[in-house]
Unconditional design. Structure first.
Length: 138
């Protein structure tokens, strides 16, 4: 049986952009570095959502909420982070895209995690896995 490699994500730091493995070790290293970074994870699965909960420390109910599109704009406050749903512009018929964002202070850095669905999925209240993306700054 062939071993599967972890999914990759795009990371942008003050030193530039790169593709890295999205696994516990890589994310813990980014957070421990204390510097600014933006992380973009495409098509997250159950294991990826577990990393968002266990490594980033986001509440499981907030992470579960972030998996569902078709929500109203909102800001939910938790003890050490906020979960934000906003709408941005997209180059399609209705020109809207739903964005989910986590924002939290982690040591000397901060973490925000947006996810975007396609506008058509947003209008219908559902998004396929291929429409989901997560990004983070830390």
């Amino acid at each position: 049986m062939e071993a599967t490699s972890p999914p990759t994500c795009r990371v942008v730091t003050e030193d530039g952009a790169s593709e890295v493995a999205f696994d516990r070790e890589a994310i813990e290293k980014l957070l421990a570095g204390g510097g600014f970074f933006w992380l973009d994870l495409d098509r997250p699965d159950a294991a990826d959502f577990e990393i968002l909960t266990s490594v980033f420390g986001f509440h499981p109910l907030a992470v579960e909420d972030s998996e569902h599109f078709g929500q109203r704009a909102k800001l939910d406050e938790y003890d050490d982070f906020v979960f934000i749903v906003v709408y941005g512009a997209a180059p399609d018929d209705d020109r809207l895209v739903e964005v989910h964002c986590f924002y939290s202070e982690h040591c000397t850095g901060r973490t925000a995690l947006p996810s975007r669905s396609s506008a058509s999925a947003t209008r219908s209240g559902r998004a396929s896995r291929s429409d989901r993306r997560f990004s983070s700054t830390g």
